[in-house]
Design a protein around this ligand. Structure first.
Ligand SMILES: [Mg+2]
Length: 349
């Protein structure tokens, strides 16, 4: 427990000495002032538990000191006990309370009464200090707690991203894509809306890695991934990296024509990246082949048919010379959609 400082203010030395002798205790530190001005100065430099204030002083009297203390933010809550030899009746007592006194003591001081009253204020001071201390600790703990909470949220977010995205490209990973594909499938079943799927891979990517090294290979994958997500940018469109140089694009609410249009946009955008690829068999830059499939989901086994049709489309695109897309109808839609061909110079249904 700390020392309680008490400011004793009196213009007469003998009175100060009397007060000091009454306050003689190891946990009390009496600090003297012989004038109102000096007292005010000291209140700004110390945290006092209590002020014992003589009323009659030359110059600034006790009431003025009390009034000025009440007007100052730092000192307005310090309790004051007026000490006076002069009992002039209730009017004066009232004046003291108005200026902020919390108590009166009359000279000659009764030791028991004096120490009883001072003891109460010291106890109040200590309780207030303890409360402040606890409040500060709580504030600190609260800040710590908020920091921990923040770290936890960041960690969770990182974990969520790690478990749902591909570390290299930031696209969805295969697992998350499968989950989204299931959701979109169910939604399409409910809405009887078409669902399109593109399966895409980079042509002759093995030879790209062999020629330029794996670091360059990773850079190439990142550029392609970025381009895919830039082109397939509707909110519902989902782009995933599902293998080394393999990507999948899911296009909900998209008819055959729309899927073919997107496929051509993707093929063109990646071609226009003009990433040099001397090992390519079909161009001097990086190109892609894309399989396209579309259906209106119905039976659960048609889900596999959609995936397989896109894979077959990709296979055919490769076979036909790469750097193109190829639409493959699922059995359920065949043959009604096989006529769709929008980009005959590059795509092939
Ligand atoms: Mg005096």
């Amino acid at each position: 427990m700390g020392i309680a400082k008490i400011l004793i203010v009196d213009d007469r030395l003998e009175n100060l000495l009397t007060l000091e002798s009454l306050l003689d205790a190891p946990d009390i530190d009496p600090i003297r002032a012989t004038s109102g001005i000096e007292a005010l100065g000291l209140t700004l430099d110390h945290d006092f538990a209590l002020v014992l204030l003589d009323v009659q002083m030359p110059g600034m009297d006790g009431y003025e000191v009390a009034e000025l203390m009440r007007g100052n933010k730092k000192t307005k809550h310090i309790p004051i006990i007026f000490i006076t030899a002069d009992f002039r009746g209730e009017a004066q007592v009232f004046k003291g309370y108005e200026s902020g006194a919390v108590d009166y003591l009359f000279k000659p001081l009764d030791e028991m009464v004096f120490q009883g009253k001072v003891g109460v204020f010291i106890e109040l001071f200590r309780q207030r200090e303890a409360l402040h201390q606890k409040t500060r600790e709580l504030d600190r703990k609260l800040v710590e707690l908020e920091e921990v909470q923040q770290q936890l949220e960041e960690t969770n977010e990182r974990l969520r991203l790690l478990s749902t995205t591909d570390g290299l490209t930031g696209l969805l990973n295969k697992r998350q894509f499968d989950a989204i594909f299931d959701e979109e499938w169910m939604r399409s079943v409910r809405n009887k809306s078409p669902l399109s799927l593109l399966t895409l891979d980079i042509d002759d990517f093995k030879s790209y890695n062999d020629t330029y090294g794996h670091m360059a290979g990773d850079d190439c994958l990142k550029k392609v991934a970025f381009t895919l997500s830039e082109v397939a940018r509707r909110y519902a469109d989902k782009v995933a990296r599902v293998g080394g140089e393999e990507f999948t694009v899911l296009l909900p609410d998209t008819e055959v024509e729309g899927a073919q249009y997107v496929a051509e946009m993707l093929r063109e955008a990646i071609f226009e990246l003009a990433i040099p690829h001397v090992g390519s068999r079909i161009a001097d830059c990086v190109t892609t082949s894309i399989g396209v499939s579309t259906l209106i989901p119905g039976r659960e086994d048609a889900k596999r048919a959609l995936l397989e049709a896109a894979d077959v489309g990709l296979y055919r695109a490769k076979e036909k010379g790469r750097n193109r897309w190829c639409y493959e109808a699922t059995d359920s839609l065949r043959p009604s959609c096989t006529a769709a061909l929008f980009f005959p110079e590059r795509g092939d249904e």
